[in-house]
Write a protein that binds this ligand. Structure first.
Ligand code: SF4
Length: 236
């Protein structure tokens, strides 16, 4: 498929590995705090598209230097072609990481079953309560909510590297909300709390929201630590 953009080399998108990152177009959720609105609302304006054929050529040229590819978005699992693209990357002997919002359980299940994913990072936007979740994702349908729950439960049992992560937005998340998420994913290997970035947001009003401080972020991490194996804080 065609991707809206590519980072050719990243040291921060796959723990411990040097990777390329592909950004797919479009998303089925509309989180008001979304930090990638260009991928959602004017995807053709930002970058020339990158075709998977070009990506495969590039990865072959950089064999031995790049460890893998991260499929990010937008929401990559909206695109059926993703499965073939991931098979092609795995065919080169490279690692694959998927960033997902969890709304396509059956695709994640298939990719796991075929052992095509080495690392999955799933966003959890709010406590797993429909009303709460919908505040964080304006277009959330009941079907999507059910899938998000199912994908999270599937990943908790998966035999691949898994990370859950939440962008912590003060107007959406109280400390109790963050703890409720940690309890839902109890036992998970890694939970990442990302400090909200007001510089670029889908909903302009969120540009005025003041993020939690670094100290407050660490306090949230401490509250979560009894429930998950590792809590990581990513500040701006
Ligand atoms: S933050 Fe929300 S709207 Fe933006 S890409 Fe992720 S799931 Fe989609």
């Amino acid at each position: 498929m065609q991707y809206a953009g590519m980072i050719k080399q990243s040291l921060v998108d796959y723990p411990g590995e040097i990777v390329s990152v592909l950004f797919s177009r479009g998303c089925n959720l509309r989180c008001p705090f979304c930090h990638n609105p260009d991928l959602l609302i004017k995807p053709r304006v930002v970058n020339p598209p990158v075709d998977i054929v070009e990506v495969l050529e590039f990865m072959q040229q950089r064999r031995g230097f790049l460890d893998g590819v991260v499929f990010s978005g937008g929401e990559p699992t909206l695109h059926e072609d993703l499965i073939a693209d991931i098979r092609s990357i795995k065919g080169l002997g490279l690692l694959v990481k998927l960033d997902t919002n969890g709304t396509n359980t059956s695709m994640v299940e298939l990719l796991l079953r075929e052992r095509l994913l080495d690392y999955v990072a799933m966003d959890i936007k709010a406590p797993l309560d429909y009303k709460k979740y919908r505040e964080a994702c304006e277009r959330l349908s009941p079907e999507n909510f059910f899938s998000i729950r199912s994908t999270a439960l599937l990943l908790k049992k998966a035999r691949t590297e898994v990370e859950f992560r939440t962008t912590v937005v003060p107007v959406l998340h109280t400390p109790e909300d963050i703890v409720a998420i940690a309890r839902f994913i109890e036992g998970a290997p890694r939970y990442t709390l990302q400090q909200f970035n007001p510089r670029v947001t889908l909903e302009p009003g969120y540009g005025r929201v003041v993020p939690y401080t670094k100290t407050e972020m660490q306090e949230l991490a401490d509250l979560c630590s009894p429930y998950v194996q590792e809590v990581r804080v990513v500040n701006l």
